[in-house]
Design a protein around this ligand. Structure first.
Ligand code: TYM
Length: 327
């Protein structure tokens, strides 16, 4: 059976980059895979999180999963911190990861760059991410481009473990979609769209109001020649907007180019705001209905139970194979 494990950290409000690279794929993949979608809250705390905000964001993200179309009857939705096998296998995987490997992770390099102090967990984080995936014997991991390196490390760690201790884990494959796997900032097409950018106009949040979305797109940077053409080398800002349009309209790139042939940027920016709004409005509506409901608690409790059943079985197998007494 083909199985998926993936998740989005509750360390900031979700922007449309995370929707494009991850959440929209999560929804689509339910058709073909047995899916486990979690909120990696243990990952979020690798940088300080205000406890009240962490609680609120974790809830909001779970509500967004459901509102975007993850069906909790079909797919397990759960919080990482509710399934203790993650922390436990995370430690075992730390013993398999090499210091040099972890030092080469670009996300660690980016996040620690210029900081006087970073937590040791920020450094060992990819070992926990490997544990997340391996616990579910996932065959596939849908992620955006920036997580590819971590999934590759997971593959290396799974192979190393299997070679040392006998077949224990399935070696997973990343799924990275062709369009929308790396959405860039609206202010600068050379850096990833991210909530950590101090310029709020650089990103669109999933919960932004229509008026805000229109304003942000109207301010988006474009390129010097006036055509709506997909060409990352010469027209990165417009190519980024075309990818966003494609993800939110379900039109492929050539169809988007054709649609805007002979038109200038003004109309393009207006239309892109409208396709994004029309996709986000029903999601926002559903989000508000569910975010404070007891139904959401029930979904997360049920998801954690289903997840723990699978995760604990793998953990026991890994411990047994490593030589722990399992009584
Ligand atoms: P995180 O929380 O930074 O991002 C969640 C997912 O969204 C994708 N993404 C983007 N895709 C396209 N354009 C963007 N601008 C953009 N920003 C974010 C990310 O690639 C990711 O797929 N380590 C992971 C969370 C994690 C995880 C896991 C994922 C922990 N354990 C196990 C998969 C499996 C992270 O920090 O993603």
């Amino acid at each position: 059976m083909k199985r998926i494990l993936s998740g989005i950290k509750p360390s900031g409000e979700l922007n449309i980059g995370g929707y494009s690279g991850a959440l929209s794929q999560f929804v689509r993949n339910q058709e073909q895979f047995d899916c486990f979608y979690f909120i990696p809250d243990l990952h979020a705390i690798t940088v300080y999180q205000d406890p009240k905000e962490l609680r609120q964001r974790s809830r909001e993200l779970a509500a967004l999963y459901v509102a975007a179309g993850i069906d909790p009857k079909r797919s397990a939705i759960f919080l990482q911190s509710q399934v203790s096998a993650h922390a436990e296998l995370g430690w075992l995987m730390e013993t398999q990861a090499h210091f040099g490997e972890l030092s080469r992770m670009t996300q660690f390099k980016d996040k620690s760059d210029g900081k006087d102090v970073v937590s040791s967990a920020l450094f060992t984080y990819p070992a926990l991410m490997a544990a997340d995936i391996l616990l579910y014997q996932a065959t596939h991991v849908p992620v955006g481009e920036d997580q590819k390196q971590h999934v590759e490390l997971t593959r290396d760690l799974a192979n190393r473990f299997n070679n040392r201790y006998g077949e224990t884990f399935i070696v997973p494959e990343p799924i990275i979609q062709e369009t929308g796997a790396r959405i860039m900032g609206l202010d600068d097409p050379s850096s990833k769209m991210s909530k950590s950018n101090p310029n709020v106009s650089s990103y669109i949040l999933m919960l932004d109001e229509p008026a805000v979305i229109r304003k942000k797109f109207s301010r988006a940077v474009t390129d010097s020649d006036m055509s709506v053409r997909y060409d990352w080398e010469n027209k990165p800002a417009v190519s980024n907007l075309i990818e966003i349009y494609s993800v939110f309209s379900d039109m492929d790139i050539p169809a988007v180019e054709k649609h805007f042939e002979g038109q200038g940027y003004g109309n393009f920016k207006k239309e892109i705001a409208e396709v994004v709004i029309s996709k986000l409005e029903p999601i926002q509506q559903k989000f508000h209905d569910i975010v404070d409901s007891a139904e959401l608690d029930a979904i997360l409790r049920d998801g954690a139970e289903r997840a723990a059943a699978v995760a604990n079985e793998t953990l026991t197998k890994a411990k047994q194979n490593m030589g722990f007494l399992v009584l």
